[in-house]
Design a protein around this ligand. Structure first.
Ligand code: FAD
Length: 386
């Protein structure tokens, strides 16, 4: 039987893959990390990642929170979340003080986070093979084989973890996809008063609009149809600000400036199954969620942290084998299933323009606001998982 070349191969050193690599750094394993990026670059434009308090705890344990928080404007605390619906009664405010924390979560810059994680991998002595795209991953009973056309050979590992953001190149794993038929328009906006740590989530008949505190401004995530997005991208700043004010209402305050705008399509996509013997999907490759509840990235971090624990607890020659993979899937199943169902359910419940739904939505929001026990349980699920 062929002896695999490595214990673990991580495909993609994005925020989730790098988190796994750091969590495994001291396990004494032969680990190979590959990324299509050139060293020191983050080819994607900057985006705002919604980090929960639980994500902060993971980064603290890995020693990356302090350097991240020291970068100017890299993380902005969210001290409260104001949830409301347009054209309907009921609203709820979740506060960090209700759960005894300094912040419910943070808005982090993708570029700043990636730089801190890259530096941490370097400092931990984790060798990353930069500019090496993996084009195909196949599982055999004894190892995973990773093909790189740019290099021309395949490498093997007891266990391959695919954290490349798409998971498209893995044999034997189906991708379930639901297209919401909508896009998210994102832009930085400024109000006439500085942001005060409150995030706004406003549900409208076209879908949610969110404003997340970011430096001294807000990051806007506005869900809309592709046709409306085309028109919104073509508007001048004044017309766009007026349209946003009309759509989201007075609750979000008076917007006075908007930065460059761009859009991305909204889909729910997940790998089925999330892992097979010898190969597991992680982060966006495992599940890409609608951004409505800010859960996608946080779930990816929880996957990475739990997977590292399972790998560390497994004897070396059993790494990647069915028993280990089944243990990982069992541990992550409840959080993953609930996170996907919750996020998808919210888009259905709050994305509907039917007046019939306005009442139960309003009652739900009013009840959430009025019942301290329910509110604390809901907030805890948002912070630490389901
Ligand atoms: C346009 C857009 C906007 C978003 N905005 C938000 C937001 O506002 N808030 C929020 O919380 N989340 C947002 N998200 C989601 C968020 O970006 C993801 O949750 C997060 O990036 C997932 O991290 P990841 O490490 O799994 O994947 P990624 O961040 O996609 O990282 C994947 C890594 O794998 C590497 N790679 C890719 N292909 C290969 C290959 N074949 N071989 C080797 N390496 C490869 C890449 O270079 C990259 O370093 C957005 C996503 C998109 C697409």
């Amino acid at each position: 039987m062929i002896e695999p070349m490595h214990d673990v191969a991580i495909v993609g050193a994005g925020p989730v893959g790098a988190t796994l690599a750091l969590a495994l750094a001291r396990a004494g394993l032969d680990m190979m990390v590959l990324d299509a990026r050139a060293e020191g670059t983050t080819p994607r434009g900057d985006r705002s990642l919604a980090l929960s308090h639980g994500a902060r705890l993971i980064f603290e344990r890995l020693g990356v929170w302090t350097p991240l928080a020291a970068e100017p404007d890299a993380v902005t605390p969210i001290v409260a979340i104001d949830i409301s619906q347009a054209r309907g009664f009921g609203s709820a405010t979740l506060r960090a003080t209700d759960v005894g924390l300094p912040a419910l979560g943070y808005v982090a810059s993708y570029v700043a986070l990636q730089k801190v994680l890259d530096d941490a991998m370097h400092a931990a002595g984790i060798g990353v093979a930069w500019a090496q795209a993996v084009d195909q991953i196949d599982a055999t009973p004894a190892y995973a084989s990773l093909r790189r056309t740019s290099v021309g050979d395949a490498l093997t590992a007891r266990f391959a973890v695919v954290a490349d953001g798409s998971g498209e190149n893995v044999a034997g794993i189906t991708r379930v996809r639901h297209d919401y038929g909508q896009v998210a328009l994102i832009a930085d906006v400024a109000r006439d008063t500085p942001q005060d740590g409150v995030a706004y989530e406003r549900f409208t008949s076209e879908g949610p609009v969110a404003l997340l505190p970011k430096g001294d401004r807000y990051g806007l995530v506005w869900t809309m149809t592709p046709a409306r997005a085309e028109a919104a991208l073509a508007m001048d700043d004044r017309a766009f600000i007026d349209a946003l004010g009309m759509h989201a209402g007075a609750r979000i305050g008076r917007i006075v400036r908007v930065g460059p705008r761009r859009t991305f399509p909204l889909v729910l996509e997940y790998a089925k199954p999330a892992a097979l013997p010898r190969v597991a999907m992680l982060g966006n490759a495992a599940q890409t969620l609608h951004p409505v509840a800010g859960q996608g990235f946080n779930m990816g971090l929880r996957d990475a942290f739990e997977l590292a624990r399972v790998v560390i607890d497994t004897p070396r020659d059993a790494i990647g084998a069915r028993a280990m993979v089944d243990r990982y899937l069992r541990k992550r199943r409840p959080d993953r299933a609930a996170g996907i169902a919750f996020t998808h359910g919210l888009t259905r419940m709050f994305g509907s323009g039917l007046p019939l739904f306005a009442w139960p939505r309003g009652i739900g929001l009013a009840a959430l606001d009025a019942l301290p026990i329910g509110k604390r349980a809901f907030t805890r699920a948002m912070l630490y998982g389901f």
